[in-house]
Design a binder for this molecule. Structure first.
Ligand code: AMP
Length: 111
């Protein structure tokens, strides 16, 4: 079982931002921005490629609620989802990174 599945089951703690029946948002343990939150579906899908379209649409609504709770809806934020080896995905449970709380860099990403 991966780390996000343990969080969903309550076997690992998280610093929760928002939750409903289908989704959970919590602070990333190693933040890359002043605000760095992860949004995940409670059902297990490996990555964006595997996500049912309807669930993606519902997740978009959830994320809009999360950025409102975080107070970054108007100031701006970045949504990222890493996919597979080249995408740098570490946890094989679909998630969006929600980054904000300051002006973000957009540097060359390929080494
Ligand atoms: P990715 O590389 O896109 O798979 O992102 C995985 C993210 O999960 C990384 O930003 C990690 O810092 C974060 N992470 C790993 N374990 C935890 C945890 N227990 N609680 C919160 N975030 C975590």
């Amino acid at each position: 079982m991966n780390v996000f599945e343990k969080i969903i089951r309550g076997d690992l703690p998280c610093k929760k931002v928002l939750e409903n029946e289908q989704f959970l948002a919590f602070y990333d343990i190693a933040p890359k921005a002043p605000i760095h939150v992860l949004a995940i579906p409670k059902q297990s899908f490996k990555d964006f490629n595997e996500m049912p379209k309807e669930l993606l649409a519902e997740m978009s609504v959830f994320i809009l609620e999360v950025v409102e709770v975080l107070g970054i809806k108007e100031s701006g934020y970045r949504l990222i989802t890493n996919i597979g080896a080249d995408g740098g995905q570490e946890v094989p449970h679909f998630h969006y990174h929600i980054l904000g709380g300051g002006k973000l860099n957009w540097e060359k990403l390929v080494k």
